[in-house]
Design a protein around this ligand. Structure first.
Ligand SMILES: *[C@@H]1O[C@H](CO)[C@@H](O)[C@H](O)[C@H]1NC(C)=O
Ligand SMILES: [Zn+2]
Length: 339
């Protein structure tokens, strides 16, 4: 009787830990940081596109793309949340857009597509809102190092123990449980307060001098190069911070507290970077595509005709090949990423 109760309780706890799907906390924190750095005209435009004038207008939609990907209509967008860099961590880390972005798309091609679409005057309000929601989410995902890595499906297949939970994988710990341990929860209120701390660090603390370098590669006229630079920046951290001693070293014991302490400065850095970059990118989208359109009707059609570049049609990634080898449908369950 006692043991039955105990095991049901354990099952309950594991389920709770596994249920929460960067997770909602990370994405909302990125969004709140971005809201702080949008200039007034961009903020007004974004609120209009999203039909939300609340104080959480970006945070409210920051995880929409994760809900959408798990619907039938949104399944096509699942590969947009990451790029499977076929490198060899911890020895070599690098992202190669032509090698790593498959014909189904990846974070880089999706950021390029939605950057073009959000400013496309021919599209419906719903399509523009969709594009903005994707940008808010994907500029967060691309700063999470394991969203820029093919190894073990972005770490989803690396079983680890974190903070007493023996049923974790490295990807979801980076997405969700490590950030939640640091911030103390997953609600919008917790995200807002974590964002406030990171905004202070950006304005006058640890990140004050580094922040200019975070947006140095952001060129609104070349979204593919910009997003490739963001992905490469995060991917390097797979070798230096996420698994500097390889995979086996992560599976020797609880990742809390030693590993957690070694990565938490990087987790915070990447969240701060994601928010600051998102604001800078949306300010640039507004200036280059929206403000101009408002003053020059002729420009509308010219902007609209700019086609979004297609992802390179190349061979499938290692992860896709693995899915085929395992066979049976899409292999979604085996390889599904939380984020
Ligand atoms: C661009 O976004 C639209 C709308 O979500 C989608 O149908 C299309 O496949 C995307 N194209 C690329 C190249 O990602
Ligand atoms: Zn995602």
């Amino acid at each position: 009787m006692y043991s039955v109760t105990t095991s049901s309780l354990l099952v309950g706890l594991v389920a709770l830990h596994g249920a929460n799907a960067w997770g909602t906390l990370g994405h909302a924190t990125v969004a709140y940081i971005a809201q702080n750095y949008l200039n007034d005209a961009t903020a007004t435009w974004a609120k209009g596109v999203l039909s939300d004038t609340s104080t959480s207008y970006l945070a409210n939609v920051a995880s929409w793309a994760d809900t959408y990907r798990s619907t039938t209509a949104g399944a096509f967008s699942a590969p947009y949340h990451y790029i499977d860099a076929n490198d060899s961590p911890p020895t070599t880390c690098n992202v190669d857009y032509n090698r790593d972005c498959t014909s189904s798309g990846c974070s880089i091609s999706a950021i390029s597509n939605y950057t073009q679409r959000v400013g496309d005057g021919r599209l419906s309000a719903a399509n523009k809102a969709e594009a903005l929601k994707f940008l808010v989410h994907l500029l967060g995902d691309i700063t999470q190092p394991l969203h820029d890595e093919a190894l073990a499906t972005g770490g989803n297949d690396i079983k680890v123990t974190f903070d007493g939970y023996t049923n974790d994988n490295l990807h979801s710990d980076w997405d969700t449980y490590i950030p939640q341990k640091k911030a103390g929860g997953s609600s919008l209120t917790v995200a807002q307060s974590w964002a406030k701390t990171l905004i202070t660090a950006i304005d006058s603390g640890t990140y004050k001098s580094a922040k200019a370098s975070w947006v140095a590669s952001s060129n609104i006229n070349d979204a593919v190069s910009s997003a490739t630079a963001w992905a490469s920046d995060a991917n390097k951290l797979v070798c230096s911070v996420v698994m500097p001693n390889g995979v086996a070293a992560l599976q020797k014991g609880d990742l809390y507290p030693t590993y957690y302490n070694s990565v938490i400065p990087t987790v915070e850095l990447q969240i701060a970077k994601g928010g600051y970059r998102l604001a800078d990118w949306l300010n640039k989208v507004y200036a280059a595509k929206i403000a101009k359109r408002e003053v020059d009707g002729v420009l509308v059609s010219r902007m609209a005709e700019e086609a979004a570049p297609l992802p390179p049609a190349n061979r499938p990634s290692k992860a896709e090949l693995a899915r085929e080898v395992y066979g049976g449908g899409c292999g979604c369950d085996k390889h599904r990423r939380e984020e």
